[in-house]
Write a protein of this length. Structure first.
Length: 465
C-alpha cells in the first residue's frame, strides 16, 4: 500500500520531467517556467529543495543525471534549441542565492547550440563508454557529444551527427548492454503524426570499423506517434528488448542475425547511402497492451530488464512482467492517489514477485493548458513512468511527467519504498504553482556523494574525494 505525501514544488508552469539520481536520494525537476530544481531527501524521508535556478530561455523538456562516478552532473534540453550540462561544485561561486546550497552550487559547464530547432531529449550514455551525451531534436538530428576529459566538463566535442530524415524526433534511449558482443546502440522515436513519414522507431549502431553510427533497423510496424522508447537492461540475453510508448504499450524483441552479421556490414573502404546498412536483426512483437485505453506517455524497465512500467492518460502506472513461457501480463496497477490494485488471478507472487516502490517518479497534470511544443494533457493523467530495482532484488516503480526520466536505482540496503508524483499545470488565465507528491515511506541510508578535486594527467582516471 502506498501513502501519498505532497510537496509544493513551486514551479510556475507545467512540470515536464522529474528524474532521480543513481541512488534515488536526489531528485531534479524541470518546467515550462524555464527553471530547474534539485531536491535532497533527509534522514526522515522528507524532500527539501536545495537548488533552484533558471536554466534556459524556453521550456525545459528533459533533465537527466550522469552516473555518479562523473560527479554530480545534470543535463537539460529546451525549446530554446540548446542542451546544457550542469555540475554541482563545492564552495561559493558568487552566483545568485537560489543557485547555492550549504556551500554547494550548480554551474553551467557547457551549452550545446548545434540544433536549429527544439531539443526534445537528452541522455547520458552508459558509463563504460565514457562520458557521452546523446541529444535529439525536432529537425530529425541525433547528435552524440563526448567529454574527452571527465575533469573538464566545459569541453564537449560533437563526435557524430546522424539524420533521421524528415522525422521529428521526440525521444531516445541508449542500449545499456555492456557485452562486448553488442556494439553501442541507440533507439530514437518520433511523434510525427503524419502516416506518410513511415516507421516511427529507428535503431542506430556504432561500428568500430567505420567509426560511424549507422541506421540498422526501422520498426515499420509502429506507425503511430511515439512518446517514449526504452531499451531493457540485458543481463546475458541473446536478444534486445525495447518498450515503446505510443497509443498503447508494445514490447519488441531484436535478435541479432549472427550468421548474416559479416555480410550485412559495409565492405572495407565502402559506404552505403544515407548511412543505412542492411537489417541485422530478427524483429518480433512480443506483446501489445491497450489496458490504458488512452495515450501512453512513458515506459521504463527495472535494472534487470524483467519488469516494465508504463503510464498514460488513464492516470495509472501499470507494471508488466513475463512468465516462464514468455507471456507478458499486468502484475499491478498504481494510481495517482497512492492506491494499488492487483489484477484478478495475477497476484504479485504468481506473476512477478513482490512489487514495491523505490526511488521512482510519476508525473501528473491537472487541467493543464498546452505548452509551447510539448504534448497537451488535460484532466488527471499520469504521463510518465520508470521502474527501478534495488540491489536486494526488490522491484520498484517510478514515473515522470511529460518528457521522460531515467530509472532510479537506490543504494544497496536503503530499504526505500517510495514513489514520487509530479503534478502541475497552467489553467487558462491563471498562473499556479506546480507540485510533486511522494508516495510511500523510506528509510534511506546516506549515499556517497563524489566531487572532483585536483587535476590529473590521465583523463580516463578521475580522483574522487
Amino acid at each position: 500500500m502506498f501513502e501519498a505525501h505532497s510537496i509544493n514544488a513551486e514551479h510556475k508552469d507545467l512540470i515536464h520531467d522529474v528524474a532521480y539520481d543513481f541512488y534515488g536520494q536526489r531528485m531534479a525537476t524541470c518546467s515550462s517556467d524555464q527553471f530547474v530544481k534539485v531536491w535532497d531527501q533527509d534522514e526522515h524521508g522528507k524532500w527539501h529543495c536545495t537548488a533552484n535556478w533558471k536554466a534556459h530561455s524556453g521550456s525545459v523538456w528533459k533533465v537527466t543525471w550522469a552516473h555518479p562516478e562523473f560527479g554530480q552532473v545534470l543535463a537539460t534540453c529546451s525549446f530554446d534549441r540548446t542542451a546544457a550540462v550542469w555540475e554541482e561544485v563545492v564552495g561559493d561561486g558568487g552566483g545568485a542565492p537560489a543557485e547555492r546550497s550549504v556551500g554547494r552550487h550548480w554551474v553551467r559547464r557547457a551549452n550545446l547550440v548545434d540544433s536549429r530547432t527544439s531539443v526534445t531529449d537528452v541522455r547520458f550514455g552508459p558509463r563504460w563508454l565514457g562520458l557521452l551525451l546523446a541529444a535529439c531534436s525536432a529537425d530529425g538530428a541525433l547528435r552524440i557529444y563526448e567529454a574527452p576529459d571527465a575533469m573538464n566538463l566545459s569541453q564537449w566535442t560533437l563526435q557524430h551527427e546522424v539524420s533521421a530524415g524528415k522525422l521529428t524526433l521526440s525521444c531516445l534511449s541508449w542500449n545499456p548492454s555492456f557485452s562486448r558482443l553488442h556494439p553501442p546502440m541507440l533507439a530514437v522515436g518520433s511523434d510525427d503524426v503524419s502516416p506518410s513519414s513511415g516507421a516511427k522507431v529507428l535503431i542506430f549502431e556504432y561500428s568500430e570499423g567505420s567509426r560511424r553510427w549507422s541506421r540498422t533497423e526501422s520498426l515499420s510496424s509502429i506507425q503511430d506517434a511515439v512518446h517514449d522508447v526504452a531499451f531493457a537492461p540485458n543481463p546475458g540475453r541473446s536478444r534486445h528488448l525495447i518498450a515503446v510508448a505510443t497509443r498503447d504499450v508494445r514490447i519488441i524483441s531484436l535478435r541479432p542475425l549472427q550468421e548474416n552479421l559479416a555480410s550485412s556490414m559495409p565492405a572495407a573502404g565502402g559506404t552505403l547511402s544515407l548511412g543505412i546498412v542492411p537489417s541485422r536483426f530478427e524483429v518480433q512483437l512480443l506483446a501489445q497492451f491497450d489496458d490504458h485505453a488512452s495515450t501512453v506517455w512513458r515506459v521504463c524497465w527495472n535494472v534487470t530488464g524483467t519488469i516494465l512500467a508504463s503510464s498514460g492518460d488513464d492516470g495509472c502506472v501499470r507494471l508488466w512482467k513475463a512468465n516462464y513461457m514468455d507471456n507478458w501480463k499486468c502484475v499491478g496497477v498504481l494510481k495517482g492517489d497512492g492506491s494499488q490494485k492487483i489484477p484478478v488471478g495475477l497476484g504479485m507472487g504468481s506473476a512477478g514477485g513482490t512489487v514495491g516502490g523505490s526511488g521512482g517518479v510519476v508525473g501528473t497534470t491537472g487541467d493543464a493548458a498546452p505548452s509551447v511544443a510539448g504534448p497537451s494533457v488535460t484532466g488527471s493523467s499520469i504521463v510518465g513512468s520508470s521502474v527501478g530495482v534495488n540491489q536486494s532484488g526488490v522491484p520498484s516503480t517510478a514515473s515522470a511527467p511529460v518528457s521522460g526520466i531515467l530509472p532510479s536505482v537506490p543504494s544497496s540496503g536503503s530499504g526505500s519504498n517510495q514513489l514520487a508524483v509530479g503534478s502541475g499545470g497552467l489553467p487558462t488565465g491563471v498562473s499556479v504553482a506546480a507540485g510533486v507528491a511522494v508516495l510511500g515511506s523510506s528509510a534511506n541510508q546516506g549515499a556517497a556523494r563524489y566531487y572532483k578535486l585536483g587535476t590529473i594527467s590521465n583523463p580516463n582516471q578521475v580522483p574522487w574525494h
